[in-house]
Design a binder for this molecule. Structure first.
Ligand code: UTP
Length: 289
């Protein structure tokens, strides 16, 4: 089996973010900041650090702020320069003409549908999918750890993370087979199983390395849980036809699509910072006293 190198990453950012209203009425959820950086930038940096060369955003209406964030801001740069301030504060990510690539989803029909919208750019290559509202903190980062595993086993490698039994009905869940270190064989997948029916408590956090064949399964547009076209269902069809592994992450996950998880991420990352950490610690202690 030849293992094709992973070069492309898809960021589905066309969701409506209804759990975060009213913040997300006119602003994309992915532009919510954790300390001083939007969620989408954390995810893009993770991908670039993991060796990804092509960034593909699947966007929709009302996501212009996101596109502007990855563009050059002439006014801002001129002003910062005039004030003698470092331009690193503005981007952090090197600008490259023609990049990122944007495709539109038009209608938010589900994560599977969003991924399928990137099919022409992905072509016949393996690709990563990163959900930016899942903030992963680790060293090396989550996708980088997954890429290392992928380079050994090939096929499909998806994130795997243990959650308490009472939370399994919120996520895509892995039915695990043989385990070897951080890798676990995937024997089945189920999206949001009803309480008490989950095959394990291994959920899929928003990181995937997939083979292009999944696009052909998604083509059928079959609807699953919640009436949405589910990526989990399409991936499940590939099991048995290609190697399929879960990869457990040594690091921390923050579910920033959820209000409490988002606050937790802000607090944790702020406390870890050299510049504001001590100050945040002292006021957090005062608030809790
Ligand atoms: P979520 O399930 O978090 O949905 O999507 P959402 O619409 O963003 O948020 P809520 O649940 O209404 O608050 C997971 C990821 O998939 C993308 C989202 O943008 C998010 O990054 N997505 C979801 C799409 O791009 N298109 C869709 O049709 C659905």
């Amino acid at each position: 089996m030849t293992i094709k190198p992973l070069r492309k990453a898809v960021f589905p950012v066309a969701g409506l973010g209804t759990r975060f209203l009213p913040a997300t009425k006119a602003m994309p959820k992915e532009m919510l900041t954790v300390v001083d950086k939007p969620l989408i930038q954390y995810a893009v940096e993770e991908a670039l650090e993991a060796g990804i060369e092509q960034i593909i955003f699947v966007t929709g209406r009302g996501k212009a702020a996101l596109e502007d964030h990855f563009d050059v801001s002439y006014e801002l740069e001129a002003t910062m320069r005039a004030r003698g301030k470092s331009l690193d504060l503005i981007h952090g990510i090197r600008q490259r003409p023609g990049s990122p690539v944007y495709v539109r989803q038009q209608e938010p029909l589900g994560l599977g549908h969003a991924v399928w919208c990137a099919r022409e750019i992905v072509g016949d290559e393996p690709f990563a999918v990163l959900l930016p509202d899942e903030l992963m903190v680790g060293s090396p980062n989550f996708l980088a750890q997954m890429v290392e595993a992928y380079n050994q086993v090939g096929g499909n490698v998806i994130g795997a993370l243990e959650v308490p039994d009472e939370e399994t009905d919120k996520y895509g869940i892995i039915s695990p087979g043989r385990t070897e270190g951080p890798l676990v064989e995937v024997t089945a997948l189920v999206e949001k199983p009803a309480r008490g029916t989950a095959p394990s408590n291994l959920m899929i956090p928003g990181r995937y390395i997939l083979q292009p064949e999944v696009m052909r399964v998604l083509e059928a547009g079959e609807k699953g849980a919640g009436g949405e076209i589910q990526l989990t269902d399409a991936m499940a069809r590939l099991i048995g036809t290609q190697p399929f592994h879960g990869f457990t992450f040594a690091g921390q996950r923050y579910d920033c699509g959820d209000k409490a998880g988002y606050i937790q991420a802000n607090l944790a990352l702020a406390l870890a910072r050299d510049d504001i950490g001590p100050q945040v610690r002292s006021f957090a202690q005062a608030l809790l006293a």
